[in-house]
Design a protein around this ligand. Sequence first.
Ligand SMILES: *Cc1c(COP(=O)(O)O)cnc(C)c1O
Length: 391
Amino acid sequence: MTERIFLSSPHMSGREQDYIKDAFTTNWIAPLGPNVDAFEREIASYVKMEDAAAVSSGTAAIHLALELLNVGKEDTVFCSSLTFVASANPILYTGATPVFIDSEENTWNMSPDALARAMKEADENNKLPKAVIIVNLYGQVAMMDELMNICNHYDVPVIEDAAESLGASYKGKASGSFGKFGVFSFNGNKIITTSGGGMLVSNDVAALKQSRFLATQARDNALHYQHSVVGYNYRLSNILAGVGRAQLEVLDERVEARRAVFNRYVEAFADIDGIDFMPELDNTYGNRWLTTLTLDPKKIKATPYELIEEFAKENIEARPVWKPLHLQPLFENAMFYSHDQNGAVSERLFEQGLCLPSGSNMTVEQQERVIDKFFEVLQKEKQSLQTSKSN
Ligand SMILES: *Cc1c(COP(=O)(O)O)cnc(C)c1O
């Protein structure tokens, strides 16, 4: 079998061991410790926010953000529909009700039109959401000016799910630094990884202090073990934070590498009619965590599913675009606001979308294997189309 090409695999810098060794030498294995403190400061400084709290996952960070905003049973939370389920699962943890918002075509992220309609209706019904979770998908920043204007107008706080977009920026401002809270993930497949981990960032230092309290079982200030509110075991270990520090040192290189992968795909497929890559707004800089594109079924016979299966035969990992959350059985009763009257944009992106291997450690030769296979499948489909026509 040929060597496997992953969608997005961990890419170590080599410096991780130094930080881990340091933790061992000083016996700061757990809990917390100097790597955690330093990693928090370094991330906060990278995204130019006042503070950051290191946690065990991006999902935990979203959950804590919702808790800090006092989201509970009677509340609703608006959330992008085209995303990984982890964006919305924490809404269910709080007992609140998610309402899903469609994508628009310019960024594939939350549609300001749909959000405006949802907000107006909620306002008229005296039931504004307690928070809006805006996802920056595949490393692409959403139409933040428009979205923030709407949320600010109704005075609803924003949680920016920037799990996939660390290193991206919008008009020079870091992805994850627009809302009341920003969330990053260091899961194994993300642009940098601690094997598992997350970060909550904010300019509200007191809120982040509270998040650390909640994330360590909400222990009251007493010598004996006393607790007044529900707590969680959500903090990041000092060893994993060490991995994160080494990874953060090479983040900008990783973004460059992913963008180079993206550019090579764009160049290779430039002459294929019917392929559209995920666009990027002017004045934004995506990290191109995954190269994603859509196949126009009027022009290309191969479906994303066929391509994924053909790639799999060659030991190449490709994936469909996230299935919108409003289509998930888990959320079948949830409300959904579409971009306009012409059908949901997120549904089209799901049906036509494909994610290609995009790791920062992918070699040019590996990428050529992906590109060659892509052409081969398209060519085969074309021939079978012509044969069936002439028959
Ligand atoms: C990965 C991811 C998360 C969750 O992060 P974990 O660290 O895996 O919990 C949340 N939202 C999005 C959009 C993600 O891609």
